[in-house]
Design a protein around this ligand. Structure first.
Ligand code: ZN
Length: 295
């Protein structure tokens, strides 16, 4: 599976917890452990370059890039990092008003990294559409960004931008967005409130069992969609703000999303990072989710 990441996501663009120093490193490091490239080097970033290439060119023959960790007792693990390009203003305008875009532009650093985060979500969506699961390891998060306003450490609604791009390209008509962040994604919900084709779902539950049951039940009863996109926030973990889920639960959630995608979405599935603030558990939690989500 592909993980979309850019070095600029390490930059501390504001003083909020999503932009905190040292937040992205443990996630990258945890996923890097899954690599064992032929020369033992660090994972290679595949830069798509300036030229717009078809997504299929990203599908490098697996034998070439696979990180096969054999004999380690962990089986064959693999994940491959890909660097995004910034989203275009046109991509933003499918979701956000001009004034909002101009307001974010007022802080050039937030704007630049925000464009890369939106571009990361777009790339994850394109790769997923092409048949390979993908995850946008991006920040700033996006699910509290509505068309004309934002809050909660968000600026542009990354997942909505990705879905609207796929729709505008006439690749998909329908999508299910599952948001398992601790917080309700009011931005995403607002953006698609009038859409019959794009459904937003945020499971509820006051304890671990009821939350997981609600999430699972929603996937079992949902109709077919052309893609499933996950707003993956890890702040509901027992050692994070929500104090609820175990690391292994993210593996289960990833598996349920994968099973739903195989049955209802031709296997098309991707996620993007939203919340998650305890740096000491974030890496393990993200890896657990991706293990469930992947092939
Ligand atoms: Zn949250």
């Amino acid at each position: 599976m592909k993980v979309i990441f850019h070095q600029r996501f390490y930059e501390v663009y504001t003083s909020d917890p999503a932009a905190a120093p040292g937040r992205m490193e443990p996630m990258v490091e945890e996923l890097e452990k899954e690599f064992d490239t032929f020369d033992g080097a660090k994972p290679r970033f595949l830069n798509r370059g300036k030229k717009r290439r078809s997504v299929s060119t990203l599908s490098i023959p697996r034998g070439l890039v696979l990180s096969a960790v054999e004999g380690s007792g962990r089986g064959v693990e693999w994940v491959e990092f890909v660097e995004p390009e910034p989203a275009s203003e046109k991509d933003l305008e499918r979701v956000h008003g001009r004034q909002h875009i101009q307001w974010v532009k007022g802080d050039p650093m937030v704007y630049e990294i925000g464009l890369l985060a939106a571009g990361g979500a777009i790339l994850a969506g394109e790769i997923a559409f092409d048949g390979e699961p993908a995850f946008g390891l991006i920040r700033p998060p996006g699910h509290h960004a509505s068309a004309h306003s934002c809050w909660g450490f968000c600026y542009f609604n990354n997942i909505a931008i990705a879905i609207k791009r796929l729709i505008s390209e006439e690749k998909i008509k329908s999508a299910l967005i599952l948001d398992f962040d601790l917080h309700y994604g009011d931005g995403t919900s607002n953006i698609f409130s009038n859409s019959k084709e794009v459904s937003y779902f945020h499971p509820e539950g006051t304890n671990r069992e009821t939350f997981l049951k609600d999430l699972q039940r929603s996937l079992q009863t949902e109709r077919s969609y052309e893609i499933i996109a996950v707003s993956a926030g890890f702040d509901r973990h027992k050692d994070d703000w929500g104090g609820l889920l175990k690391t292994e639960d993210y593996l289960s959630i990833g598996r349920w999303v994968k099973e739903f995608a195989l049955e209802n979405c031709r296997g098309r599935r991707f996620g993007v990072l939203e919340g998650g603030y305890n740096h000491s558990v974030l890496g393990r939690n993200v890896k657990s989710f991706l293990q469930g989500l992947r092939d």
